[in-house]
Design a protein around this ligand. Structure first.
Ligand code: FHN
Length: 682
């Protein structure tokens, strides 16, 4: 880019006009919205994990619980796994049938694994022979899917592409158990050229590719600089392509959201989970399996019901997200019947109710007990879609905090009018006796203007326990117009004469704080409640012969969650300056129990942030304060506890299964982060 242009772009970025993230592909918010428009409209897509791993179908060495990770998890040597190339012959593969099933299910895009971690390519790549052209099948699967998408229309083709590559000799990070694949001659720079050349093939050879869905970015092989560079590279090949946040290093584990704007990627990627709430102004997509595996596992019959999947779709859309629902095709090229059945059920619902999903945005309500809400702007006015999961027995569906005039209400499927009464801020809908669709009946509520919803007030404090006094603040999220916030601390429900909130207040005894919004004398929100408790923390410990550091006791085992370490025999121990993986670093299948004391500087409430990959738990004075257990990528979880000045007992339990590992504990008090001294007893 000529120097003058650099200065221009930099100046415009600094002016906050262009997105600051990546100068070469900076775009105005309007340009970004235009690029994201089809994806935001789509809301629902099909994920396809397909490759050589469909041949063993989850079985190896007597075990039956593998998926697409089978080569790594079952520790299959490369030359053994490569034999699958000579068996891959999905003669029943029919690209048009796949695309039609996606379209009939209401899905607007397909994301298929062009290359998963095993390195096998589903297209005829000039860059390698470890691809479909080397199989008995020979046909270019991605080309056939691209042709089918063009022919059928209405479904955009997208590619999942793994950065992590267990096959290519230049991917300079071998599996921990691969002792027979030396790195001699491996060239990291050459791998990145390979990666880029293949991406160029994918982005320029198969027509209008909508999304590049990267994955496998978490290993230390890949850096933030690589991520920014690759994002810019693919955008230079196809400026309107959309790229997920796993191109870079900003994803916070399975929660999938990008931690800061310095990281590349156009949307967040929660995996197998749905965020608690929507994130205004943030694009994200939850990806999920129908059973427990991404790749085909013939023994995995643990399929989610169609009802569950349909409600997840509505839940995700009600939070402003996309739903990417996975299929793991069989080695013969067909979809599992259980997947076909669910796609059919979802399609039947979408044909009647798709308007309540496509192009909608997040609910204006923070919470509705009976189901979910999505919304769509109609220019000056708006349309709310009430997704009713739990049909009220009374036949009345009510919301009490809607400021708008309601002009019309009807069933989306069939258009039958729904009688309603709007009194003040309360809307009552008179529903048919029985739910037309017991899974999710959608009622359209048309309103004047943009939604004006009075949210439940929020009660904020550093913690719900305190030692001597606590400051409490109240807030009214969102647009509150004419609403006034009233509250009580005497256990009574706030009324039109209760105290008006004018700013934070202190409490010094057990107190139930309640808060509610009013317009005039009319309550326009639910009542928020929070109990605050005055406590006397455990007396600090007095220990003889304490030494600096924390004791780490090591165990060996292969777990998916924290074991009961008391039943296990340690394999060693050492004193570490602070919690970490110590001499187990880089190994697989181990656990650590840390025991020691932290020297607390003053009586106060302290927040602990425990970050780990895989699972961990933190106990303070034998009380569980943080539970971060489970099989997950790097993830941090916080917890708070009141403590007295002096030595307080700490116990941390941690396990690592395989792959990446990490463990750290940080501390905060109300005055900010804290450095503490570790003590332990030999
Ligand atoms: O390791 C992969 C896994 O095989 C699968 O592809 C999922 C789907 O997003 N992504 C990674 C796990 O986070």
């Amino acid at each position: 880019m000529p120097n003058t242009l650099h200065r221009f772009v930099l100046a415009v970025c600094l002016a906050g006009i262009l997105s600051p993230a990546f100068a070469q592909h900076a775009e105005t918010p309007a340009q970004h919205d235009q690029r994201m428009a089809w994806w935001r409209e789509a809301r629902f897509g099909m994920f396809i994990h397909w490759g050589l791993y469909a041949i063993p179908a989850g079985e190896w060495g007597g075990a039956t619980n593998y998926g697409e990770w089978i080569r790594h998890s079952a520790q299959i040597p490369l030359e053994t796994y490569d034999q699958f190339v000579h068996q891959f012959n999905p003669t029943a593969f029919n690209a048009e049938a796949w695309v039609q099933m996606a379209k009939d299910a209401g899905m607007k895009y397909i994301v298929i694994t062009s290359k998963h971690h095993d390195g096998f390519c589903l297209w005829d790549s000039k860059e390698t022979d470890f691809d479909v052209a080397s199989t008995p099948f020979r046909r270019d699967i991605l080309k056939e899917l691209a042709d089918a998408c063009r022919k059928i229309g209405g479904v955009k083709l997208c590619f999942y592409h793994s950065i992590m590559d267990w096959h290519h000799p230049d991917y300079t990070l071998r599996r921990g158990w691969e002792k027979d694949r030396p790195l001699v001659g491996a060239d990291r720079a050459r791998f990145i050229i390979y990666l880029k050349n293949q991406l160029k093939e994918l982005v320029t050879s198969y027509g209008d590719i909508g999304v590049l869905w990267f994955d496998g970015e978490w290993e230390e092989f890949w850096t933030h600089a690589d991520g920014k560079d690759l994002y810019n590279y693919v955008r230079s090949l196809k400026p309107d392509i959309i790229v997920n946040n796993r191109v870079d290093k900003g994803r916070g584990g399975m929660a999938g959201m990008t931690s800061s704007s310095e990281y590349a990627g156009d949307f967040g990627t929660p995996e197998q989970e749905i965020p608690e709430t929507g994130l205004p102004g943030v694009d994200w997509e939850s990806c999920m399996t129908m059973n427990d595996n991404w790749g085909y596992n013939k023994n995995d019959l643990h399929f989610k019901t169609s009802e569950d999947l349909l409600r997840k779709l509505a839940d995700i859309a009600s939070k402003g997200g996309n739903f990417l629902l996975n299929i793991g095709p069989k080695a013969d090229g067909t979809f599992p019947q259980q997947s076909i059945d669910r796609l059919r059920d979802i399609g039947a619902w979408m044909r009647l109710n798709g308007e309540s999903i496509y192009g909608t945005s997040a609910s204006p309500f923070h919470h509705t007990d009976w189901g979910r809400v999505t919304q769509k702007s109609l220019g000056k006015n708006s349309r709310l879609y009430f997704h009713v999961f739990d049909w009220p027995k009374s036949g009345l569906l009510e919301v009490h905090n809607l400021g708008n005039t309601v002009t019309k209400a009807y069933l989306l499927a069939g258009g039958q009018a729904v009688p309603f009464r709007k009194k003040g801020f309360s809307l009552s809908l008179q529903l048919p006796a029985a739910a037309p669709d017991p899974v999710n009946t959608v009622i359209v509520v048309e309103i004047k203007g943009a939604p004006e919803v009075f949210h439940t007030p929020q009660i904020e404090a550093y913690h719900t326990e305190f030692i001597s006094a606590m400051e409490v603040a109240l807030s009214l999220p969102g647009r509150q117009g004419k609403a006034v916030l009233r509250y009580t601390t005497d256990g009574t429900t706030p009324g039109p004469k209760s105290a008006v909130y004018r700013g934070p207040f202190k409490i010094n005894k057990n107190t139930l704080v309640q808060a509610r919004s009013f317009v005039g004398k009319t309550p326009v929100s639910e009542t928020a409640q929070q109990q605050f408790t005055r406590v006397t923390p455990p007396a600090p410990a007095s220990i003889e012969g304490a030494v600096p550091g924390i004791k780490a006791v090591y165990y060996e085992g292969n777990w998916d969650k924290l074991p009961d370490f008391k039943t296990l025999k340690p394999v060693g121990e050492e004193i570490l300056p602070s919690p970490g993986t110590g001499r187990m670093a880089g190994k697989d299948h181990y656990g650590i129990v840390f025991e020691g004391y932290i020297d607390i500087p003053a009586d106060d409430i302290y927040r602990f942030i425990l970050a780990s990959d895989d699972g961990s738990r933190l106990y303070v004075n034998n009380r569980l304060v943080v539970d971060n257990d489970g099989l997950h990528g790097a993830r941090e979880v916080g917890g708070a506890v009141p403590l007295l000045k002096g030595l307080n007992a700490i116990r941390i339990e941690f396990f690592e299964k395989s792959g990446d590992e990490s463990l750290s504990l940080s501390f905060e008090s109300r005055n900010g982060s804290l450095k503490v001294r570790w003590r332990c007893v030999l």
